[in-house]
Design a protein around this ligand. Structure first.
Ligand code: ZN
Length: 321
């Protein structure tokens, strides 16, 4: 079983299939999930489904071009490695969203749409208000709340169901990876493809995740703080460590806001137990401090020094705020 088989069993496949057969393909779909990599995979499956004349045969020219990312009618933003869709991108989309007579659909895949600044989102809104025939926008988001309501209301919203551990296990077995994934690893993903990809790309991800959670759940006094600094500083990629610390802060904020769309439900009960120890104000301050720490690392500051300052700050803020 690969991602395409999983997709064909999904709620998304059924919905698009129905829209195609009813001649009701929407000009914009908002795909929502906490699993970004799953959204990305599914968006390509949707593109195949719309363009293929044979229910995603995976052998026709359209399917193969989508597969290889070379289809001229399937365009992905943000381009390059920038994490955000910029106003210039939106202008480019507006001017390029013209459909020639030979084109079945022109499909725009807009990743991380929630990170698009409101100004650019507003520009994009105009395009949604006056849709061009046969242009389909796939807006992918892990945080629907950061998408302008006016945009959400003009899209057909699809809550993408998470994968089961069994489905993810099948996908993992199909991937050619250099590391052997244990069943424990797979259980730790909670069916999240993004987490699985991180484990494959970064085999220490599972221990890193646990150690970043420990900072918030187990670190109580400044006298044992150095153990935690040591545990985190052994990772080569300190930016990855800081990003994971930030994920834990976001998870705690989600719990406090009673929104359980959290990134790794494996630690849900641990985090729920300590959420009361941190005020929302304290968590927001910690998030800012993490941002500051990321800048320091990017400016080549010593990792131990930065982690030391950050963990001390976490302890201080927890008691003071
Ligand atoms: Zn095909």
């Amino acid at each position: 079983m690969d991602i395409l088989d999983v997709y064909k069993n999904s709620n998304v496949y059924d919905l698009i299939k129905k829209d195609i057969s009813n001649n009701m393909v929407s000009h914009a779909y908002l795909l929502v999930s906490d699993d970004l990599d799953l959204l990305k995979e599914y968006s390509f499956c949707i593109a195949k489904q719309l363009l293929c004349n044979n229910d995603i045969c995976n052998v026709c020219a359209d399917c193969l071009k989508v597969e290889h990312g070379t289809h001229t009618d399937v365009v992905v933003y943000p381009k390059n490695d920038s994490k955000q869709i910029l106003t210039n991108d939106i202008l480019e989309i507006i001017s390029s969203s013209v459909v020639s007579s030979s084109t079945k659909y022109k499909i725009y895949i807009l990743n991380n749409f929630e990170k698009t600044l409101p100004q650019a989102q507003n520009k994009f809104l105009k395009t949604l208000e006056e849709p061009t025939e046969n242009v389909v926008f796939l807006l992918l988001t892990t945080d629907e709340k950061s998408v302008l309501k006016t945009i959400v209301s003009r899209c057909k919203k699809v809550n993408v169901h998470n994968l089961t551990i069994d489905e993810l296990t099948e996908i993992a077995n199909n991937k050619k990876t250099s590391i052997a994934l244990s069943s424990k690893n797979l259980a730790q993903t909670s069916g999240n493809l993004t987490t699985l990809n991180k484990i494959i790309e970064f085999p220490y991800y599972v221990t890193l995740k646990a150690e970043t959670v420990n900072v918030f759940t187990k670190m109580k006094h400044s006298k044992n703080m150095l153990n935690y600094v040591y545990a985190l500083s052994k990772y080569k990629d300190i930016l990855e460590v800081l990003n994971e610390l930030n994920t834990v802060v976001l998870d705690l904020l989600f719990i406090k806001n009673e929104n359980f769309n959290i990134s790794n439900s494996l630690y849900l009960s641990d985090l729920q137990n300590v959420a009361q120890d941190y005020s929302i104000n304290a968590l927001n301050k910690i998030a800012l401090k993490i941002k500051e720490s990321i800048k320091k690392i990017q400016a080549n500051c010593n990792a131990n020094f930065v982690l030391d300052g950050l963990l001390m700050y976490i302890l201080e803020v927890k008691t003071k705020c």
